[in-house]
Design a protein around this ligand. Structure first.
Ligand SMILES: Cc1cc2nc3c(=O)[nH]c(=O)nc-3n(C[C@H](O)[C@H](O)[C@H](O)COP(=O)(O)O)c2cc1C
Length: 322
């Protein structure tokens, strides 16, 4: 019989394992989301993948055909040249019976009344304790604390996970979910030892069979990267993002240093370009968000195996000191 690892988060979300899928634009679609939920974690669908709320609705429906377990939808509230119609995304989630919303980027204050009024559990992902305190104050049920190791938007303070997670645990009453640098059972055990109630995992699930990117691209990340394989871009715009350190990222950094505007950078950093790179497998032709932990991830595995191994290794780490 499988050993149980119950935390405030597994109880709150109605899941068996304290592992959440990192919302990943273009990738956290029905198949990957359902795979994580079916393996006992919480799949989190990326609403930013869909150009409009109706397409999100279809993906939610598709996901329901693949799992009867809980899954969440992420709203990434970032400054954008063409911001999505967030209220319609929230409305569709409510109409489709989504019970758990994850927000990231800005605090979700504007949507709290609607989401809580519909009985949703709201989890906010943030990069600083002061932001987490705001999330707690406005009624979020849990926070995800995203250390600077993480893939994607890491904030402007460069605080590593090992310092950030316990700082949030000490400062908050609501449960804290670790994020940024959890790629295996050792990372999950470390998160739990530091007082977190679970972990959000992105880069490891990018290197899963179910992540809908061409295998060649995933192989390149699995084989080429060590712990120094990422870099930060868009700091000048206070939108610092951890990405694969490829030729395009070097170009973007140079353009930033030379004072390029966001409009001038747009053709290089555009999400559309990354979508094409996922489809062609040439990840050197896009700005790929990927975390430092990819330095220890050298294989592509099915989600179920990733999660089984993570739990087994986590227990092994915890047992070492019994
Ligand atoms: C390819 C990729 C795309 C991502 N897209 C988003 C996104 O659209 N919104 C978001 O909040 N986080 C996004 N993230 C960040 C993840 O949700 C998660 O916070 C992060 O990957 C955790 O750090 P880790 O990679 O060290 O596990 C993305 C991550 C990856 C790898």
């Amino acid at each position: 019989m499988e050993r149980k690892l119950e935390t405030r988060i597994t109880r709150m979300l109605g899941i068996e394992r304290p592992i959440l899928l990192g919302a990943m634009q273009w990738l956290a679609k029905a198949e990957l989301v359902a795979a994580v939920s079916n393996a006992g974690g919480l799949g989190v669908m990326s609403s930013a993948t869909f150009p409009n709320a109706e397409e999100l609705r279809q993906e939610i429906r598709k996901c329901r055909t693949l799992t009867d377990k809980p899954f969440a939808v992420n709203l990434t509230l970032m400054p954008s040249l063409a911001p999505p119609d967030y209220p319609s995304y929230v409305r569709v989630c409510i109409e489709e019976g989504i019970r758990i919303m994850e927000t990231s980027g800005r605090a979700p204050e504007a949507f709290m009344e609607t989401m809580k009024g519909a009985g949703m559990t709201v989890i906010h992902k943030c990069t600083a304790v002061r932001h987490a305190k705001t999330a707690q104050k406005i009624g979020c049920d849990a926070v995800i604390m995203d250390g600077t190791e993480a893939a994607g938007h890491v904030g402007e303070n460069d605080v590593g996970s090992i310092a950030l997670w316990p700082a949030a645990v000490d400062a908050l009453d609501i449960p804290v979910i670790a994020c940024g640098g959890v790629g295996d059972g050792r990372g999950l055990a470390a998160a739990l030892m530091l007082g977190c109630e679970g972990a959000t995992v992105g880069s490891r699930f990018f290197l899963s069979e179910e992540a809908p990117a061409l295998r060649e691209g995933k192989e390149m990340v699995a084989q080429r990267l060590d712990e120094t394989g990422t870099t930060l871009v868009l700091r000048r715009f206070q939108n610092t993002t951890r990405v694969l350190n490829n030729g395009l990222a070097v170009k973007v950094r140079e353009m930033e240093m030379n004072g390029a505007s966001i409009q001038e950078l747009a053709p290089y950093i555009s999400g559309r370009r990354l979508k094409t790179a996922f489809e062609t497998g040439n990840l050197d032709d896009g700005i790929l968000t990927i975390g430092q932990i990819s330095g220890i991830l050298h294989d592509i595995q099915p989600v179920r195996k990733i999660m089984d191994d993570m739990m087994e290794d986590c227990f092994r780490c915890m047992d070492r000191y019994r």
